[in-house]
Design a protein around this ligand. Structure first.
Ligand code: TRP
Length: 434
């Protein structure tokens, strides 16, 4: 299967392996007005996205939360996350973006002051220029938001060192702030469900797949803090109470579930309630009502956050796209000339010689330029497919692709820089200091 196949959702062996190994589900939702990355298998996996899909389709509220480390410069790999946030905002999600300054301090030794400066000058104007509207959106700092830090230490009560090390495998030399960073991220992801930030609701976290351990940790903690586990069983839905004195609580829940129109059967000695639901949709309705009920009693009753995972874009040098390898990345603040220069030097999937290329064809699946087309530069699926196939057949040569990519990127950069200039004045509208 090809690396980037715009017309099939399943591709790339390694990503499939990731899904299988970690229980990530394949992303194959057809979303309204979906931008290219949603259509091309670039977002290849998810957890619990059905909840968000449901909210989008029914125009119901949901939150969008993601975070970026304010270290170095923002490049096209980071842009992928923001592109998704823009889409969700247009679909009605309220947006929260963390400046991961505690994480940058913990893992890269960047001071909070420096992180703030980088966020304000480098990242936030680009978020706005990429299309995030300050209306119903905020960018906040981990270090300045008390609720994030409070949830971090409070929720951590239900995970022990053994389990933690199994997820992260920290070695014994790790400094303690670094160990704390994942818990801060748990706080980021869940605090938007506190009343001050909009209350309990499904939350989508768009991230690169490298962030999955944090999602697993967060979802496990949510589950452990729930008063009930709600599960779809054969022909019914089981609701199991985890606390003491089940009678009053289960009776209240029985009446809530009954009001939704389900038949209810109580088994108090088992601390259980069975409802007549039979499918995922029933489970969702019952679970939503119970979370709403829990919230009144249990401050840590949250919706488990949903996640989507995108592929990590390949660097222009064929390796990782990274701020620390300047020629691997096009930075959003590179000049158009600089961007063009980088495109021209990028590693492609062409044959070793022109003759070989013509004879055996190129390999768009291992080509940073083709990837750039698919992820960022070309909207039209059928045109992208044409490029893919004419490269494979050997008809289209690398020089042609590079020239085309250079033109597109130059145009994109010019336009973006103009928007970015205008965005600078809007930074204060989107930043929150508490
Ligand atoms: N850990 C993320 C990174 O390294 C940044 C981050 C912080 C984040 N908080 C988050 C991502 C919450 C998603 C959700 O890039």
């Amino acid at each position: 299967m090809p690396l980037i196949n715009p017309w099939a959702s399943q591709q790339f062996k390694d990503y499939k392996k990731l899904r299988d190994e970690f229980g990530i589900e394949e992303f194959n939702f057809t979303l309204p007005d979906a931008p290219p990355i949603f259509r091309r298998g670039i977002i290849f996996g998810h957890r619990d996205f059905q909840l968000i899909y449901d909210r989008i389709i029914n125009s119901k509220p949901f939150a969008v939360l993601t975070g970026l480390m304010p270290s170095g410069r923002m490049h096209f790999g980071h842009k992928m996350t923001i592109d998704q946030v823009v889409y969700y905002q247009n679909q009605g999600g309220d947006v929260h973006i963390a400046v991961a300054d505690i994480e940058a301090y913990a893992s890269r030794g960047i001071s909070l002051e420096k992180a703030e400066k980088i966020a304000l000058e480098e990242y936030i104007p680009s978020y706005i220029a990429l299309g995030i509207s300050p209306d119903k959106a905020e960018v906040y700092f981990q270090s300045k938001r008390r609720e994030v830090k409070d949830l971090a230490w409070k929720l951590a009560k239900k995970i022990n060192m053994n389990e933690f090390l199994k997820i992260y495998g920290f070695d014994k030399e790790a400094n303690m702030t670094h160990l704390f960073a994942p818990l801060i991220q748990v706080g980021d992801i869940l605090h938007v469900q506190l009343d001050r930030f909009g209350g309990r609701r499904p939350t989508v976290v768009p991230v690169g797949v490298d962030q999955d351990p944090h999602m697993r940790l967060t979802r496990d903690l949510v589950e452990r803090w729930r008063m009930f586990s709600v599960v779809l069983q054969e022909g019914k839905i089981g609701v199991f109470y985890r606390g003491e004195s089940p009678e009053k609580v289960l009776n209240e829940v029985a009446s809530i579930v009954g009001d939704l129109g389900f038949d209810v059967h109580l088994n108090i000695p088992y601390k259980a309630l069975y409802a007549s639901g039979t499918n995922w949709e029933h489970l969702r309705r019952i679970n939503e009502a119970i979370i709403e009920y829990e919230r009144k009693i249990n401050e840590h009753g949250f919706f488990p956050p949903s996640a989507t995972y995108h592929r990590l874009i390949t660097g222009l040098n064929g390796g990782k796209m990274s701020s620390s390898i300047p020629d691997s990345a096009i930075f959003l603040t590179d000049s158009p000339e600089e961007a063009v220069r980088k495109v021209k030097r990028a590693i492609t999937g062409g044959g070793a010689t022109l003759e070989e290329h013509r004879k055996y064809g190129g390999n768009p699946d291992r080509c940073s330029i083709y990837e750039f087309f698919a992820y960022h530069l070309i909207e039209d699926d059928s045109y992208l497919k044409e490029i893919y196939e004419s490269c494979k057949s050997g008809e289209r040569i690398c020089g042609k692709c590079k020239k085309e990519a250079a033109n597109l990127v130059e145009e994109w950069m010019k336009d973006f820089h103009e928007r970015r200039e205008n965005a600078k004045d809007m930074v204060k509208e989107i930043v929150r200091y508490d």
